[in-house]
Design a protein around this ligand. Structure first.
Ligand SMILES: [Zn+2]
Length: 387
């Protein structure tokens, strides 16, 4: 039993360097239950990356880490134990049973410099929205959309601080409910192979819009799409950033895709109907220096478990928005998909930039026009046959 409101069966697990007290039911069932408290052992990857991002951000930023929806504390306690130089980690959750387990875990790990509270998330964030009380980093990890919390979260963050948010409303961001997506995120998605990228751009676009209302701006440091969640890590800037909300314009006839400030009616390549997702964030999704620091920490702490993933993120940082997938371009060209390496070499061989994307195992980004991509996939495929 722990010091929550109800007796709870608990188990102990170790994740990273941290021992965690979690509900026993969360590690035995297929779907972790919401009660007595939610903990998903299969979401370790997102917590590992959150610890790396918190550590990368903490280099040069002391101050407080505010975990507004800490749950049983798996992420916040790991940040306190593994990410280094935060002066204080505040773990808050509206569920007293979850906070009880987080307290017990902190004691087990001998963690000082952690504080606990049991408030609704916005109330917690508002209490930190005062001079001297703001966070160097704020994390918002809700069920569903982070949009209702962005205002309070940004107000609780110092300039230069990092806001990390999770979105799990995949149906809304994936295009099943356009009206809801426009209402919640201020833009609409579009059904394409790069839907996961569109989704994180809608979340980042909403963050930028809310920051803009406060006279501030954001730059995106890292974005992640995995299984049933999206994560966006952004830095709060003291003035609006240079990236304006725009559109991802897509032509289903010729496969052309690009970023635009406006939504044109016709495809500039073939004259077909141009569809668009947005308004959304059209700026970079990765900061190469930041991702490089995450990779260094990964090498030290995890033996490079995420090295390949982070290297993809770093290399795609400066590449165009809207990736292609091998299946998509091969199908359009009437051929089978070549190996990704051969596709990248084919594009580079003709002087185009080309990189794999972290968003899809068969995805790639290039500055080549769609017509060249479809021509090159055929020659890459036939060349792959010969070797
Ligand atoms: Zn077209």
């Amino acid at each position: 039993m722990v010091s929550g409101t109800t007796p709870v069966d608990v188990a102990r697990i170790v994740e990273g360097d941290t021992t965690l007290v979690v509900p026993a039911g969360s590690i035995s069932g297929v779907v972790p239950p919401r009660r007595p408290a939610f903990f998903n052992p299969r979401a370790r990857r997102t917590r590992d990356l959150a610890v790396l991002a918190a550590g990368a951000h903490a280099e040069g930023h002391s101050g407080a880490y505010l975990d507004a929806m800490a749950g049983v504390g798996a992420r916040g306690l790991r940040v306190a134990a593994e990410a280094g130089s935060y002066d204080m980690v505040f773990l808050n959750d509206s569920n007293p049973d979850a906070v009880g387990m987080a307290r017990r875990s902190a004691a087990l790990n001998g963690l000082g410099r952690v504080a606990f509270s049991n408030m609704e998330a916005c109330r917690f964030l508002c209490e930190h929205s005062v001079r001297g009380g703001r966070g160097a980093a704020v994390d918002v990890d809700p069920f569903g959309s982070p949009a209702p919390y962005l205002d309070c979260a940004l107000r609780a963050l110092e300039y230069g601080g990092m806001l990390a948010v999770t979105a799990t409303d995949l149906q809304v961001l994936g295009g099943l409910h356009d009206a809801a997506c426009r209402r919640i995120y201020g833009g609409v998605p579009l059904w394409t192979v790069y839907g996961a990228e569109t989704a994180v751009r809608l979340v980042a676009g909403c963050m930028a819009t809310v920051a803009g209302r406060l006279g501030a701006g954001i730059s995106v440091l890292h974005a992640e799409s995995h299984m049933h969640y999206y994560r966006v890590y952004a830095r709060l800037l003291s003035k609006p950033g240079s990236s304006r909300p725009g559109y991802m314009v897509h032509c289903h006839r010729c496969g052309c895709r690009r970023v635009s400030d406006t939504h044109p009616r016709a495809c500039e390549s073939c004259g077909g109907d141009a569809e668009a997702a947005g308004p959304l964030w059209t700026g970079p999704l990765f900061d190469a220096d930041f991702v490089g620091r995450m990779a260094l920490r990964d090498a030290e702490q995890n033996g490079g478990a995420y090295a390949a993933y982070l290297e993809k993120c770093r290399r795609e940082a400066a590449m165009p928005a809207a990736f292609y997938t091998l299946d998509e371009v091969a199908s359009r060209a009437g051929t089978g998909p070549p190996p990704l390496r051969m596709m990248l070499e084919g594009l580079r061989g003709e002087g185009f930039s080309a990189e794999a994307t972290s968003f899809s195992p068969t995805g790639f980004r290039t500055d080549a026009p769609a017509t060249d991509v479809h021509r090159i996939v055929s020659s890459a495929k036939s060349h792959a046959h010969k070797v």
